[in-house]
Design a protein around this ligand. Structure first.
Ligand SMILES: [Mg+2]
Length: 379
């Protein structure tokens, strides 16, 4: 089986409501849909996150396409290595393992989809099989105000989510008010997690964590600058609340260093950071050896990433139960099946073949038009 064509399509799926976080407001999921065609008529699908722009990501994927055409999808790991070498090493101008992960993730997951379709197996079966029957996700309430966040948190708690996660880093007074109102809205038994997205210095982080402790916070994600392992370790050593590394960990080397420095209690990890499924598992295994659990990270993504991460995470014995879920934010999803609505805060392990996704062509066309409209608006 040979790869005959790789098609890329920029998409934009708007969000139902503005997404507030420490760095600003996001209005939709911009991705590049990747479709890998083979000489026996199979099509594997994946998506890469389209930042800073879809055309930039497509340009990089064009280079990868030249490398992959004529080769077997079963050479996935080798192809990813060759793509990285050609794009980021061969000319000696830069080394960009993090950015290459973002660019290549969509292609890597599409190759897994083809491998699964070719063998009639779900991706998790190709990876050695699921070690669980379902994966739990956190409730992720949105809102411009503490009242709005708390109201959604209440709904999500009622719907069965045991972990509620919210964004902070929006100003100390607002952060504390969000935590207070969310705790009040969900009652004493739900676990609360929060994410300041690198907004705090170590001193400020420790001050905020001491104040937040009265709301019984389960975990805080990447409070300090992601360039510094020592800043996170400094906070973790004195924090009354468990600490997760998020933007600190993209690669296996990052994971090893965070584990060695004992900088985190948990590692948050996504396919768009690691560059796809194979390296996602490699990082997870390094964490496992340090007795650290992995929590799925979400980005501005569609159901394709939800499913691909779900397939990979089903095989991890060190998977946490507060995983990030982003599907509820989408005005519409481009995935027609499987049904990705959470049931009691979880999704069952999904079947195949491959990723097991059927796209909705009409929804894809609508998202392609939305991207074009936005690109024209920005021109
Ligand atoms: Mg985070």
């Amino acid at each position: 089986m040979k790869i005959t064509q790789i098609k890329t399509t920029p998409l934009l799926v708007p969000y139902k409501k503005p997404y507030h976080w420490a760095k600003g407001i996001i209005h939709g999921a911009g991705v590049v849909l990747v479709e890998v065609h083979t000489d026996d008529g199979l099509v594997g699908i994946g998506e890469s996150i389209a930042t800073p722009s879809a055309s930039a990501i497509e340009s990089y994927l064009k280079i990868a396409k030249e490398i992959c055409i004529g080769r077997s999808p079963f050479e996935n790991t080798r192809l990813m290595g060759e793509c990285y070498h050609a794009m980021f090493q061969a000319l000696g101008t830069c080394s960009a393992p993090r950015f290459s992960g973002q660019v290549l993730a969509g292609l890597e997951m599409a190759l897994w989809d083809v491998m699964g379709k070719s063998t009639g197996r779900a991706v998790h079966e190709l990876l050695g099989g699921a070690v669980r029957d379902k994966i739990d996700y956190f409730g992720f309430p949105q809102g411009a105000t503490a009242e709005e966040v708390a109201a959604e948190a209440h709904e999500m708690a009622q719907a069965g989510c045991d972990v509620i996660y919210f964004k902070v880093g929006r100003g100390d007074a607002l952060d504390l008010e969000i935590a207070r109102q969310v705790r009040q809205a969900v009652g004493p038994d739900k676990r609360l997690r929060m994410d300041p997205n690198e907004s705090w210095s170590p001193v400020r982080a420790l001050r905020m964590l001491r104040k937040m402790a009265e709301f019984d916070i389960d975990m805080v994600e990447q409070p300090t600058n992601a360039e510094s392992i020592s800043a996170l370790a400094q906070v973790r050593n004195r924090s009354p609340i468990a600490i997760a590394a998020d933007q600190l960990v993209f690669t296996p080397h990052n994971a090893y260093d965070v584990c060695r420095e004992k900088a985190a209690d948990l590692i948050v990890l996504g396919l768009h950071e690691t560059g796809g499924i194979a390296r996602f598992r490699k990082v997870a295994h390094i964490a496992e050896a340090a007795d650290i659990d992995i929590c799925i990270h979400g980005l501005y993504e569609t159901g394709i990433t939800t499913v691909a991460a779900h397939q990979a995470a089903a095989t991890l014995s060190n998977l946490d139960d507060g995983n990030q879920y982003m599907n509820h934010l989408l005005k519409w999803d481009i995935v027609k099946s499987p049904n990705l609505s959470l049931q009691n805060g979880s999704l069952p392990v999904l079947g195949g073949p491959g990723l097991g996704i059927e796209l909705d062509p009409e929804a894809v066309a609508r998202a392609a038009e939305a991207h074009i409209r936005e690109a024209e608006g920005n021109a």
